[in-house]
Design a protein around this ligand. Sequence first.
Ligand code: AMP
Length: 473
Amino acid sequence: MSFDTLGLSAEILRAVSEQGYNKPTPIQLKAIPPILKGKDVMAGAQTGTGKTAGFTLPMLQRLINNLQPKGQRPIRALVLTPTRELAAQVGDSIAIYGQHLPIRSTIVFGGVKINPQIEKIRRGIDILVATPGRLLDHVGQRTVDLSHVEILVLDEADRMLDMGFIHDIRKILALLPEKGRRQNLLFSATFSSEIKALADRLLNRPELIEVARRNSTAEKIDQVVHPVDKSRKRELLSHMIGSQNWSKVLVFTRTKHGANRLAQQLEKDGLSAAAIHGNKSQGARTRALANFKTGDLRILVATDIAARGLDIEQLPHVVNFELPHVPEDYVHRIGRTGRAGREGEAISLVCVDEHKLLADIERLLKREIPSVVLEGYEPDPRIKPEPIQNGRNGRQHSKVNNQSRKGGKNSTSASSTGKTWQESASSNRTHHNSNKPKRNSGRRNPGNSQTTGQSRRSRPTNKPETAALFNDA
Ligand code: AMP
């Protein structure tokens, strides 16, 4: 099926074909017709499925079907996203797909000056893309009027709730025309009971749409675990990047501090690297991302929140330098690679402290991730696991976000059993590898199970990036 049959205008079709898209993706096929009919939609789709065009194309169509008289430009569509990067991406997509239309849009998010945003809104826009915190700043300054919004899109709604934006969303909903007088579109990768409760409040007899999760079907991402001692992860990462000549690698750490430190260490190893996370200025984040996309920067080290929704074309390698506390974040992380039908590789460097996190991820995936021990980087079987330290004062991780991030409770004690690699290895699937994997003893790590009771190594300043730091206030 082609785009032509969906009922989109010639100008929109032209913009789509200029992007080189000749076939709608499954989410676009399912979402565009009901949105064009004015229905509310609740769609289960992750980043990478083409969901942005799935709501943007019909949204543009509906806006031009009913153009406002000259001189009047109330905000007619509002797209809320959890992060600045996603807002920027969605805003760019709207500009691209709407380039041949008399439609104006702008993006507002925190971390940058508010006055240029105010100026753009004052001149009149049809579509506003916003993160909740900064939008409420504008509301506070009376620089936006949301009372004419005809279409509301909540993009990555699950992430917005994870990040504690529910109160902001409620405040924003109260400023819109009532539910029956606007079209509501909710996109979410997962459907928790919180999302369902939000959907009940927000949506009016919605059409339910779901497309296969990227990681369950059409598997294009090769996943592998390399067991390695925590203290040798950086060395192994540099070795893999250098020896295999990877040119573009996205690396995930759990904390902002860890991201900074790793980027600095990689730079010292002669590899160009930069970190992005919520404590970096917006300018630094935009610059790092732009350099990474063009290939001027080889390694981007990111925290989960900063990387959420990033759309980077031709990203062959994603490395989990540290496993996430929340198993769903693993799926989001590896979804950065293997996009738009390309092949991708997701590599996880897993130390003995992280066994429980790995087990949680495998339970979510309903499959085991092949484990390959790399020659020269075999984990020391005497090292006992230690609790993963995250808090400001070296607290053990308990919950990533006290608002609604449920996954935290699953990940408190990856290491609380005090078992070594060997003792806690549960499956017969570990390979040994120099270049190619070769099967061996069937344990995550061969060797004896003596323990040395090593001292704690985690830094007390390691702090998970939470919503608070990303609130755009
Ligand atoms: P999204 O899920 O919206 O982040 O989109 C993921 C990627 O797919 C983006 O790079 C889009 O430009 C691309 N894309 C969107 N629609 C199509 C399509 N119909 N054909 C090919 N690529 C597409």
